[in-house]
Design a protein around this ligand. Structure first.
Ligand code: FAD
Ligand code: NAI
Length: 469
């Protein structure tokens, strides 16, 4: 049965579902094809949302065990109820994916369950889990099929003992020893989850630093904080292989990245978190002629148009940071462009947050990037040890670092390590969106006592000086 839509989106992650809502708001007749039983994609089902539910629960567990005493709250040592913690995670996921269903209904978006294959511009074949395939006619197509975990050659994922983030979000018991391969965002967030619950966590990273792409001073200091929390790091190292033992445990062969003597580490679970790759399988792109780039991402122009007229792509499946808010903003932009508006995403002001304890938040240029580009910059810094609220809430770890142009004072980048860094970064996002100067921030009154005062103090330190240090 053929049906005609103005727009059909393949994939209901943050890119796809947001594009659908904005397009419907702008008057289009919209369908969304999704192969999974629930909407919301990686982020809502097996990514951002479940990981943040577990990060919160485990942070509470740790606080109950460690900081309550200092606050004068004497309680017996907390006891972990892992099934209930997992229930909490599942309920949060269910609430969020249910929210997308509600928004689809509210905006009269037609959900279609099945695998979408593009037959030609204007035609999609949907193969449902059961029953016959249906063909959809549509004026425009947006590919929003996201990404999947990258794999290591020779290492077979079983999602029980050798897991990706998906398995690591659903372990049935706390592993005695967890080996994390890759010191990126997933490795450090999910490594933190299990470390807080008692796992001994070792992180093996190919490069000589953690969190590549983040400001290197931030990464260095943060690594020390994680080490204090008990996490071990093996930098400049790679995993050569994993041998499964008869008792289910793992022997992991590790060698220096540049080659050399091999070391064997025992572990109960290994988490492979070495990045994600764009997902285009089954879409039929080669047949329709949609071009990919050298890394398998769908190639698009500034208007998210692929090499074929009428076919667009957004989110993790195209170039750029693999972040939910980047996908969402591209979803809004492509819907606006399809409706004759000037949809636009400002990639220069794209925040990134690591939801560990403390959190790391960053926007704009790192110091390393400014150095490499030969841009003259000044640094405004303020530690949370000098912030009254941070002392009151036992959150004195970390600092705010603002990078501004030497001549114009314009803020070029900002990096925060500290409690609630992921919330605080947004005043810098807005400031940078308006091309603001450090002085604009320094002159803005901040309520006392708040952690955000440290942000202002960092800006003040770029002028006549911070007050509280
Ligand atoms: P996805 O969310 O991957 O959605 C793609 C959808 O397309 C899926 O539902 C898939 O089933 C469907 N699909 C694919 N092919 C077809 C087909 N042929 N037919 C029908 N349906 C199809 N980002 C953040 O910004 N903040 C975070 O805190 C964060 N945490 C994360 C934690 C983890 C563990 C992981 C793995 C990722 C995390 N991310 C986070 C990244 C974030 O999840 C992605 O950037 C985001 O989901 C990308 O959205 P998307 O719409 O491009 O694709
Ligand atoms: P990543 O790209 O953040 O980190 C991967 C790490 O693995 C890098 O440090 C890399 O050098 C290392 N690595 C690569 N190959 C290796 C090897 N063979 N041996 C050892 N180390 C190796 O990827 P990650 O953590 O898997 O996350 C994937 C994506 O998901 C990221 O792009 C991230 O943006 C997104 N994400 C975002 C979150 C957030 O915004 N808070 C949370 C989780 C994921």
């Amino acid at each position: 049965m053929a049906d005609a839509y103005d727009l059909t989106i393949i994939g209901s992650g943050p890119g796809g579902y947001v594009a659908a809502i904005r397009a419907a708001q702008l008057g289009m007749k919209v369908a969304v094809v999704e192969k999974w039983a629930t909407h919301g994609g990686t982020c809502l089902n097996i990514g951002c949302i479940p990981s943040k539910a577990l990060l919160h629960a485990t942070e509470m567990f740790e606080e109950a065990g460690h900081s309550f005493k200092a606050l004068g709250i004497d309680i017996p040592a907390p006891v972990l109820n892992l099934p209930q913690m997992m229930n909490h995670k599942s309920e949060v996921v269910a609430g969020n994916v249910g929210g997308v269903d509600y928004l689809f209904k509210k905006n009269k978006i037609t959900p279609i369950r099945g695998i979408g294959t593009i037959v030609s511009a204007g035609k999609i074949l949907v193969t449902p889990p059961t029953g016959a395939a249906i063909e959809i006619e549509t004026k425009n197509i947006v590919i929003a099929t996201g990404s999947v975990s990258a794999s290591l050659p020779g290492i077979e994922i079983d999602e029980k003992t050798i897991v990706t983030s998906t398995g690591a979000l659903s372990l049935e018991k706390v592993p005695g020893k967890l080996l994390v391969i890759g010191a990126g965002v997933i490795g450090l967030e999910l490594g933190s989850v299990w470390a807080r619950l008692g796992a001994q966590v070792t992180v093996v990273e190919y490069l000589d630093r953690i969190l590549p792409g983040m400001d290197s001073e931030v990464a260095r200091q943060f690594q020390r904080m994680l080490q204090k929390q008990g996490m071990e790091f093996k930098l400049s190292s790679k995993v050569a292989g994993i041998d499964k033992q008869d008792d289910g445990s793992l022997k992991i062969r590790i060698e220096p990245a540049k080659g050399g003597d091999m070391e064997i580490i025992d572990a109960d679970v290994a988490l492979v978190s070495i990045g994600r790759k764009p997902f285009t399988e089954g879409l039929g792109l080669d047949i329709v002629g949609v071009a990919l780039d050298e890394r398998g991402r769908v190639r698009v122009d500034q208007h998210y148009k692929t090499s074929v007229d009428g076919i667009y792509a957004i989110g993790d499946v195209i170039a750029g940071p693999m972040l939910a808010h980047k996908a969402e903003d591209e979803g809004i932009a492509v819907a606006e462009i399809l409706n004759g508006q000037a949809g636009h995403v400002n990639y220069a002001v794209m925040p990134a947050v690591v939801y560990t304890n403390p959190e790391i938040a960053s926007v704009g240029k790192t110091e390393d990037e400014l150095k490499a580009a030969g841009i003259e910059y000044k640094i405004g810094k303020f530690p949370f040890t000098a912030n009254g609220r941070a002392k009151a809430v036992l959150a004195t770890q970390g600092f705010v670092k603002i990078l501004a142009d030497v001549e114009t004072d314009r803020v070029l980048g900002a990096h925060i390590v500290g409690k609630n860094a992921g919330e605080m970064i947004h005043e810098l996002v807005v400031l940078m969106e308006f091309s603001g100067a450090a002085e604009d921030l320094a002159r803005s009154t901040h309520a006392h006592p708040t952690l955000s005062e440290a942000v202002r103090e960092a800006a003040l330190s770029l002028g006549d000086g911070a007050i509280h240090i």
